[in-house]
Design a protein around this ligand. Structure first.
Ligand code: NAP
Length: 501
C-alpha cells in the first residue's frame, strides 16, 4: 500500500472518516469508476468506532452476519462478534479493496467551507488544504465522547477515562473502581472488570431494560456450511434481517407490542438478582424500547456480587479521589470510568462545516435541531453528503444496512452530477422541510417519544433528530435512486457566464 503522506491540492470527492461509512463509500465509489477520491481519517487505522472502543467486553449487540457489509462476507466466529474481530474484519476488507492508497491517516478535518466561486469545498486539515468538489462525511454518530458534568471531576486525583478511550495502561486488578453510567457500553464493561477489580461501584442514574443475550460461538461445521453451501449465508443474513425488522411496529406505531420484551426484562432481573431491594432498584421506570434495549446475561448477576455496589443516589461532587452522593455518602476510588455516552444531537463536525454564506451546520441546526433531506443532504450545503446524518439511527437493527443504503444514494447522486455536469446540487428547502415534517409527525407515535424516558435520541428541544421512525426497507427504497427533481442544481460557473453572455 502506498498511502499518500500529503494532500493533493484538488480532489473530486473528499471522504471524512474510515469506519464502516467512509470505507464502504471508498469501495463503492471505486467500483463505480469514481476513483478520484481521498479519505481523511484522524486516527491511525480504519475501523471508526470499532477501532476506538477497545474496552473490556466490547462487542456488537447486532448479529455480525447482519452487522457487516453485504458485499464482503466473513467467517464470523460467533453470533455477536467481539470488537477485535469486527476491527480485524474492517482491516481485511480495506486491505483487499485496493483503495487504501487513497487513505490519509492521522489527518483531522479542521474546517470545510463552501467556496461559491470555485463551486467546491475548501477544506483545511491538520495536514494541509485541499479543494474538493464533493464532501462526504462518515465521521460517526457516536464518536465524540461526552464527559459528565460533575462538580470537581476534572480534579479527580485517581485515574479517569471514558469508555471509548480506554486506558489499557491502568491495571484494575485489586483496585477500587467506579463506573458512571448504565448504558450499552457500561453493561458490557462492568461484568468484565468485576472479574478483576477489588471493589466496584456502579453509579446508575436510570435503570435500563436488559434482556437475555442469545450469544454463542458457531461450530466448525456451521462455519464451513456458511462458507461453502451456496446461498446459505445470504439466507441466514436475510432471516436475521427480517427477525429484527419485525420489531419495527412495536417501536414506531404500537408501543404496547413491546410487552413481551418487558416480561423478558423482568424475568432477567429475577433470574440474576436474589435480593428484593436490589431487584427493585434495577427495575426500569419507563416503557421498554424508549431507550436502547440492552442485552446481557451477566449484568444482573454482577450487580448481585458481594464486591459490587449499585449506587443510585445522585452524584453531587467529586473531591480528590472521593465520589460524594446526595445522601452524603463518600466513596473512595482508585479508578473512575465514565461510560456516559457521546455527543449525538449536537454533532461536533457541524461546527467545522460552513455552507453558503459561511453559516456552520451547527448554527443552521441550533434553533430547530438537526435536519437533513433523506438523512444525507442539507439545504444550504451544496455537494455535502452526510452518512449517518440526522434521523438515520436505529434502535433495533444493523446500521451497516442504513450506511449501504446511503452509499448507494450518494453514488447515484455523483453519477447524476457527472453525467449532467452539475457543479452544485443541494436539496430544495421545501422538499427538505416536507421530509422533516413527515418524520416528526411519525415520531409522535413512537415509543421513543411516548415511553416516558430521557434518552440520547432526543435533543434539547425534546425532538428526536437521531432515529429513523420507519422500516429499514422503506429507508432503502426511498434512497434507491437519486431524485434530482428534489434538488436545486447549478451549472459550472464558467458555463453560467457563457450562457449570460
Ligand atoms: P449511553 O447509552 O448514552 O449511556 C450513558 C450512560 O451514562 C447512561 O446510563 C446515562 O444515564 C449515564 N450518564 C450520563 N451522564 C451522567 C451523569 N452526569 N451522571 C450519571 N450518569 C450519567 O452511552 P453508551 O453506553 O456509550 O452507549 C451509546 C450508544 O452506543 C448506545 O445506545 C448504542 O447505540 C451504541 N453502543 C452499541 C454497542 C453495541 O453493542 N452495538 C455497545 C456500546 C454502545 P441516563 O440513562 O440517566 O441518561
Amino acid at each position: 500500500m502506498n498511502a499518500p503522506t500529503s494532500l493533493p491540492s484538488r480532489v473530486r470527492h473528499l471522504i471524512v472518516g474510515a469506519g464502516f461509512a467512509g470505507l464502504g463509500t471508498a469501495i463503492k465509489l471505486d467500483e463505480a469508476g469514481e476513483s478520484d477520491f481521498l479519505v481523511i481519517e484522524k486516527g491511525s487505522d480504519v475501523g471508526g468506532t470499532w477501532r476506538d472502543n477497545t474496552y473490556p467486553g466490547a462487542a456488537c449487540d447486532v448479529p455480525s452476519q447482519l452487522y457487516s457489509f453485504s458485499f464482503a462476507p466473513n467467517d464470523w466466529s460467533r453470533s455477536f462478534s467481539p470488537q477485535p474481530e469486527i476491527h480485524a474484519y474492517l482491516q481485511r476488507v480495506a486491505r483487499e479493496s485496493g483503495t487504501l492508497d487513497r487513505f490519509v491517516f492521522g489527518t483531522l478535518l479542521e474546517d470545510a467551507a463552501w467556496d461559491e466561486t470555485e463551486q467546491a469545498w475548501r477544506v483545511r486539515t491538520s495536514r494541509g488544504e485541499v479543494l474538493a468538489t464533493n464532501l462526504i462525511t462518515g465521521s460517526g454518530g457516536l464518536s465524540e465522547p461526552k464527559l459528565p458534568e460533575i462538580d470537581g471531576i476534572e480534579d479527580f486525583t485517581g485515574e479517569l477515562f471514558h469508555s471509548a478511550r480506554w486506558n489499557h495502561d491502568v491495571d484494575l486488578t485489586g483496585k477500587r473502581v467506579a463506573v458512571i453510567g448504565t448504558g450499552a457500553s457500561a453493561i458490557q464493561i462492568v461484568p468484565e472488570i468485576a472479574k478483576v477489580a477489588g471493589h466496584l461501584d456502579v453509579y446508575q442514574r436510570t435503570a435500563p431494560w436488559v434482556i437475555p443475550r442469545h450469544d454463542r460461538s458457531y461450530s466448525r461445521l456451521e462455519r464451513l456450511a456458511l462458507q461453502h453451501v451456496p446461498g446459505l449465508r445470504k439466507a441466514y443474513r436475510t432471516g436475521i434481517y427480517w427477525g429484527r425488522e419485525s420489531y419495527v411496529p412495536a417501536f414506531t406505531r404500537q408501543p404496547r407490542l413491546t410487552a413481551p420484551a418487558a416480561k423478558m426484562g423482568l424475568a432477567n432481573i429475577r433470574k440474576g438478582i436474589s435480593d428484593p431491594a436490589l431487584r427493585e432498584r434495577v427495575t426500569p421506570n419507563f416503557q421498554i424500547g424508549c431507550k436502547r434495549i440492552l442485552i446481557s446475561n451477566t449484568w444482573y448477576p454482577t450487580l448481585d456480587a458481594d464486591h459490587v455496589d449499585l449506587v443510585t443516589d445522585r452524584i453531587t461532587k467529586v473531591a480528590g479521589n472521593t465520589i460524594v452522593t446526595a445522601d452524603g455518602a463518600e466513596r473512595e476510588v482508585d479508578v473512575l470510568i465514565v461510560a456516559t455516552g457521546f455527543y449525538t444531537t449536537d454533532q461536533p463536525i457541524g461546527h467545522h462545516i460552513r455552507g453558503r454564506g459561511g453559516r456552520t451546520l451547527a448554527d443552521t441546526w441550533a434553533d430547530a435541531g438537526m435536519a437533513a433531506y433523506k438523512g444525507t443532504t442539507i439545504h444550504g450545503f451544496p455537494n455535502l453528503f452526510q452518512i449517518v446524518g440526522p434521523n438515520t439511527g436505529l434502535g433495533h437493527s444493523s446500521m451497516v444496512f442504513i450506511i449501504e443504503s446511503q452509499i448507494a444514494y450518494i453514488t447515484d447522486a455523483l453519477r447524476t452530477q457527472r453525467i449532467n455536469q452539475y457543479a452544485a446540487m443541494e436539496p430544495k428547502l421545501t422538499v427538505q422541510q416536507e421530509w422533516n415534517t413527515d418524520l416528526q409527525r411519525r415520531m409522535e407515535r413512537t415509543v421513543w417519544s411516548s415511553g416516558g424516558c430521557a434518552s440520547w435520541y432526543l435533543d434539547d428541544h425534546g425532538r428526536n433528530t437521531t432515529l429513523w421512525p420507519r422500516s429499514t426497507f422503506t429507508f432503502r427504497k426511498l434512497l434507491s435512486e437519486f431524485d434530482v427533481s428534489s434538488y436545486d442544481v447549478e451549472a459550472p460557473a464558467a458555463h453560467r457566464e457563457e450562457l449570460s453572455a
